[in-house]
Design a protein. Structure first.
Length: 190
């Protein structure tokens, strides 16, 4: 199954309205077009608008699509090697697996990550506590908590991390000039 191919949802599915960030239930049989499949979630367009379907509900898109997406994700985004000793690079790689549901560029290359602090964990001395300050492309975007939660969840999935805190900040305001060269290339705005 390719992007922009029409599908029908296999079951009633919880989805997040983009960009409002509100949860909504889409009925089984809803016709949709997949517009983005990155970072373990999928953005679909229906007659009612854009929705983000979380990783846990991907089965509603059909087994062949789900398998194809998970295979392609490993090649496009890569995985963090948990056998390697913990490093800051692992945290950056984990954050690169998070995407704005409307933009096919990860949050790191979009320039949304403003600060990263890593400290020894007080709860688990062998692990680390991670604090991230990030922004969004627009202050009114209701998807902020969803994206921040993706970042938090990906960081906390690292074996060397006991906890992560992700705060959304607005200073300095984000501008397109903050997009990395890799992000610009992906967006075709070299």
């Amino acid at each position: 199954m390719a992007l922009n191919e029409e599908i029908q949802l296999a079951r009633d599915t919880k989805a997040t309205i983009v960009p409002a960030g509100e949860e909504h239930m889409l009925a089984a049989g809803t016709k949709a077009v997949v517009t983005q499949a990155l970072g373990g979630s999928v953005t679909i367009r229906t007659e009612q608008g854009l929705y983000r379907i979380a990783n846990a509900d991907l089965d509603t898109l059909g087994e062949s699509f789900t398998q194809k997406m998970r295979t392609e994700e490993r090649h496009v985004v890569g995985t963090v090697d948990s056998e390697q000793p913990f490093s800051e690079d692992q945290v950056w790689e984990a954050m690169k697996r998070c995407f704005d549901p409307e933009i096919p560029v990860n949050v790191v290359d979009l320039g949304l990550i403003y600060d990263l602090q890593i400290k020894k964990s007080e709860a688990r001395p062998e692990a680390h506590s991670v604090e991230v300050k990030m922004t969004l492309t627009a202050q009114g975007c209701g998807m902020g908590p969803v994206i921040a939660d993706d970042v938090k969840r990906n960081i906390e999935a690292l074996s060397g991390v006991s906890e992560a805190q992700v705060d959304i900040v607005w200073d300095p305001p984000w501008t397109p000039h903050m997009i990395s060269d890799a992000g610009r290339k992906k967006m075709g705005i070299e």
